[in-house]
Design a protein around this ligand. Structure first.
Ligand SMILES: [Zn+2]
Length: 234
């Protein structure tokens, strides 16, 4: 009975505030849907998780040793993926991260490279940025993944040092150097001999993921995989 009332309430709500697909703004049929069926089919899936070597893992070739690496969608400028990431990152729609994480978690479980993950770790935001935004978008993607994959999240190991520097005045190499020094690991024992899935919203050059990954890989016996919502060509 109770659920019926809730359903009725939701239907009423739907009537006055139709639930819109976050990618195309068309009305969706179900209250819980993030995307309409058309967008769900049309969004440019990479299917990288099905391959041991793919454009994602290639980006880290010779830089970071990965067990598995994959992204849910291709990032096309002005495309639907960009819109989804923008809403998660700048418009406070944390649900986008959670739901995409849940969706991708079910995909990753079908891949042999992501079977025995012990912890999911989101790339930490710069503390100043997180205070300003109020949240870390990658944390929500990680949360959705953790739910679907039935794996614990871990926010107590990898952290970003709280130092301020203006990136714009620096050269490309200086910026790269800065990113490399920005992360550190604490509570090392927690991740020794574990398979860690490091996650972020978008991969572009991979410098941030590389910096985090190299810190994690210094821990004894740690195996590393990575996943993002979107994969941008560089
Ligand atoms: Zn749509």
């Amino acid at each position: 009975m109770k659920t019926k009332i809730i359903d009725f309430g939701r239907d009423l709500l739907h009537l006055f505030y139709p639930h819109l697909c976050l990618a195309c703004q068309e009305e969706t049929s179900s209250y819980d849907d993030l995307l309409c069926l058309k967008c769900l089919v049309q969004l440019p899936k990479t299917n990288f998780h099905l391959l041991s070597e793919n454009p994602f893992t290639d980006r880290f070739w010779g830089r970071v040793q990965l067990q598995g690496g994959a992204a849910l969608y291709h990032f096309v400028k002005g495309g639907k993926t960009q819109q989804l990431v923008y809403q998660l990152k700048y418009e406070g729609l944390k649900d986008v991260g959670i739901k995409l994480g849940r969706l991708y978690g079910t995909h990753l479980l079908q891949s042999k490279h992501f079977q025995d993950i012990d912890y999911i770790i989101p790339v930490p935001l710069h503390p100043k940025k997180e205070r300003k935004r109020g949240y870390n978008q990658s944390w929500y993607f990680a949360k959705g993944l953790a739910e679907a994959m039935k794996v614990r999240m871990n926010n107590n190991v990898l952290y970003r040092k709280d130092f301020t520097t203006t990136q714009t005045s620096k050269s490309r190499i200086e910026r790269f150097d800065n990113v490399m020094k920005a992360f550190a690991v604490k509570n090392e024992k927690m991740v020794q001999h574990k398979h860690v899935l490091l996650v972020d919203d978008v991969i572009t050059t991979g410098a941030t993921l590389e910096a985090c990954g190299l810190q994690l890989l210094q821990q004894t016996g740690l195996r590393l995989s990575m996943a993002t919502i979107a994969f941008a060509n560089v």
